[in-house]
Design a binder for this molecule. Structure first.
Ligand code: IVH
Length: 673
């Protein structure tokens, strides 16, 4: 292919092909080609675009991610307001709604479209001349936030639509996180010491409202389109049902469980069926939405306030139960925060036994007026830590006790403080054993310095014996000291010493995360490392400098500056340096120049030459990424000793496999044979 004209043709062909296969995979869930074949198409397109950058268009499938972070979201005025819905909770209320609507509608027989009501957040997508131009949140219904760059990262949202689509139109839908995606995200956040999302809805909202689209791109968001907002320049069907069919036909993801119902009895059946089966859905649903099918009738019925008369949400019963709150206990966290939690009389809610619930902070307990001894309503939202909705005041006996935070740290006895701008009480003693213990556990943990062989028990033993008082002491332990501990043989002592030794050369981003700076999770740590490349440079950074980094706000910036100002922390860093822990790294090359850029690896089985963690780091250092499961996007599966089911999956998808030897060669820069 030599001339620019040939390149242009091929680029168009490739985009059409890739869009088609994206659609098969992400919208229909029914791929026609293997991941490897797909990757081949994508590679060819990337290659051509790299040589002809003037031909890159915003709707090219290569352009979903990678946009630069934003300072703030712009405002989008919705042409037509995004309404909310009135709720009904029983068959009687549903029938009452039906009567009202039928009376207003007159003689005409009405039919209804029933849809699953997903618990996510509403967005509006505007397409012009075939391309997605604006994606906005609902906001207050009239003005939303411009989250176009973030929405572009959702693979089931088409960046372009067929030529015969209206020249300008808007669709509406619900962005959501599946329960599995939510669980994975929270597990990762727990490992990173970040606050957990309370439910998939909050996680989806938080992910979509990220200023850095690259962060959004890593969150497994999805969408169902549930309405056409408006369409200009082309005729569209005049019933809601046919409009949904039409939207499906031009590439949108429409819920396959929607149903056209001819009578209100059929609507009731639909509700009963899904109230029963809701747990079988891979996402949280909080009810069904019932809509009058005729668009003409919809506009005749109109709206009252923010709610249309022509649609209603018929809500599922919540997953709640009641039980007795026996006691409120307090944990001391890594940053000294005092975390209250409720000890409950065990109760089964939706098939899960609940014994504890998070209580967040004193203010929250006060606001809900939760007292020790209260009968309380507990609620499970998604698969998260259960929460207490509130007390059942009518069950009070008068013996309930109002809770107040301890005035002294339950672990070290230091006087507790309550910073005015924070919700949490804190133990200010940075030498508090509870803090030191949590910090140590965090430091050695997987996502941090990953020191194999040091778990919770050994952390406790090291602190109790006084061998370790802060994280840096780990690097001064001798094999003999370790072997002297209870239940620690010579062999395991040597292993631990080796793991400690190995951890000295972890990437700086890991070290930054491992230090446990309040509000600095692993995503932020990565960001800081790629900006400063060394701990010393980071330690010297001013608040202004930190604030100039997108997605770092005043809270994080202040926390970092305060951390490095503390004499105790400076001493720890000196000790780390002295022990030979890596505090800086060479400035990495631009990601696109790295040899493994754009390739995703999945590892299965045991490797001989390095640990999983080391292998992953090597891949990332060369610009590649590591996936946790084999998908069509996987470029290579690296097969070690005793591989797992990932190997079968790779074989069934036709994904390229590498032996450890081939993998090693690839890391050295040569392609596998
Ligand atoms: S229709 C006038 N359909 O529920 C119609 N909404 O309580 C307004 N939602 O903001 C929306 N699934 O975020 C509609 N199939 C569905 C829905 C749905 C979820 C959400 C949507 C809306 C909220 C209204």
């Amino acid at each position: 292919m030599s001339s620019a004209e040939d390149a242009r043709k091929r680029i168009e062909e490739l985009r059409a092909l890739i869009n088609y296969h994206n659609y098969r995979y992400y919208v229909l869930d029914s791929p026609e080609i293997s991941d490897a074949e797909y990757d081949q198409l994508m590679l060819e397109l990337k290659h051509l675009e790299a040589h002809h950058p003037q031909l890159i268009t915003p709707d090219s499938p290569t352009q979903r991610v990678g946009a630069a972070p934003l300072e703030a979201f712009g405002v989008v005025e919705h042409r037509l307001p995004l309404l909310s819905l009135g709720n009904v909770f029983s068959g009687d209320e549903l029938f009452a709604w039906h009567r009202r609507v039928s009376n207003l509608a007159g003689e005409e027989g009405l039919d209804f479209v029933c849809e699953i009501k997903l618990d996510g957040l509403a967005v509006a997508l505007t397409y012009e001349n075939g391309s997605l131009v604006i994606g906005a949140t609902r906001g207050d219904g009239y003005r939303g936030e411009d989250v176009t760059l973030n929405l572009r990262t959702i693979r089931s949202i088409p960046l372009s639509v067929p030529r015969n689509a209206p020249p300008r139109f808007e669709v509406r839908g619900e962005v959501y996180l599946s329960r599995a995606g939510f669980k994975r995200l929270n597990e990762q956040r727990a490992r990173e010491g970040l606050s957990l999302f309370a439910n998939p809805r909050n996680a989806a909202a938080g992910s979509l409202r990220q200023l850095d689209p690259r962060v959004t791109a890593q969150r497994p968001l999805d969408i169902y389109i549930y309405a056409l907002g408006y369409a200009e320049g082309a005729a569209v069907p005049d019933t809601h049902w046919e409009r949904l069919e039409y939207l499906r036909s031009i590439g949108f993801k429409v819920n396959p469980h929607n149903r056209l119902c001819r009578t209100i009895g059929e609507v009731q059946d639909y509700y009963r069926e899904w109230a029963e089966r809701r747990e079988s859905l891979p996402y949280d649903a909080d009810g069904v939405v019932v809509k009058v099918n005729s668009i003409e009738m919809q506009s005749r019925l109109g709206t009252v306030g923010h709610e249309p008369r022509w649609a209603i949400a018929y809500k599922f019963p919540a997953t709640q139960g009641t039980t007795v709150l026996k006691q409120i206990l307090v944990n001391v966290g890594r940053t000294g925060s005092l975390n209250p939690y409720a000890v409950l009389e065990p109760v089964s809610v939706g098939g899960v036994t609940i014994k504890q619930a998070a209580l967040h902070n004193e203010e929250d307990i006060r606001r809900k007026d939760i007292r020790i001894g209260d009968t309380v309503i507990v609620q499970r939202a998604g698969e998260v830590i259960p929460e207490i909705v509130g007390p059942v005041v009518s069950k009070r006996t008068g013996n309930e006790q109002v809770f107040s935070m301890p005035s002294h740290c339950p672990v070290c006895g230091a006087e507790v403080i309550k910073p005015a701008d924070e919700a949490m009480h804190r133990c200010p003693n940075s030498a508090c054993p509870a803090q030191a213990f949590e910090k140590l556990k965090h430091f050695v943990s997987r996502g941090a310095m990953d020191i194999d062989g040091i778990g919770e028990k050994l952390c406790a033993a090291l602190m109790e014996t006084g061998l370790v008082n802060d994280i840096a002491d780990l690097y001064y332990l001798s094999r003999e000291q370790l072997a002297g501990l209870e239940r620690m043989g010579d062999k395991s002592a040597s292993n631990v010493i080796q793991s400690i030794e190995r951890s000295k050369s972890r990437p700086v981003s890991r070290l930054i995360f491992a230090l446990g700076i309040p509000h600095v999770g692993s995503e932020t740590a990565d960001l800081l490392a790629s900006r400063f490349h060394s701990l010393d440079r980071l330690a010297q950074a001013t608040e202004e400098e930190l604030l100039s980094i997108p997605s770092i706000g005043p809270k994080i910036a202040q926390s970092i500056v305060a951390f490095f100002r503390q004499e105790g922390n400076q001493r720890i860093i000196r000790k780390l340096r002295q022990a030979g822990v890596r505090l800086a790294e060479e400035v990495p090359a631009e990601p696109t120049e790295l040899p493994l850029a754009g390739l995703e690896f999945v590892l299965t089985g045991r490797l001989e030459s390095f640990t999983r963690q080391e292998a992953e780091e090597r891949i990332k250092a060369l610009g590649g990424s590591v996936g946790s499961s084999v998908t069509r996007k996987t470029s290579y599966v690296v097969v070690g000793k005793e591989p797992g089911s990932k190997l079968d999956k790779a074989a069934s998808l036709g994904i390229r496999q590498l032996t450890e030897q081939q993998f090693l060669e690839m890391l050295k820069g040569s392609q596998p044979a």
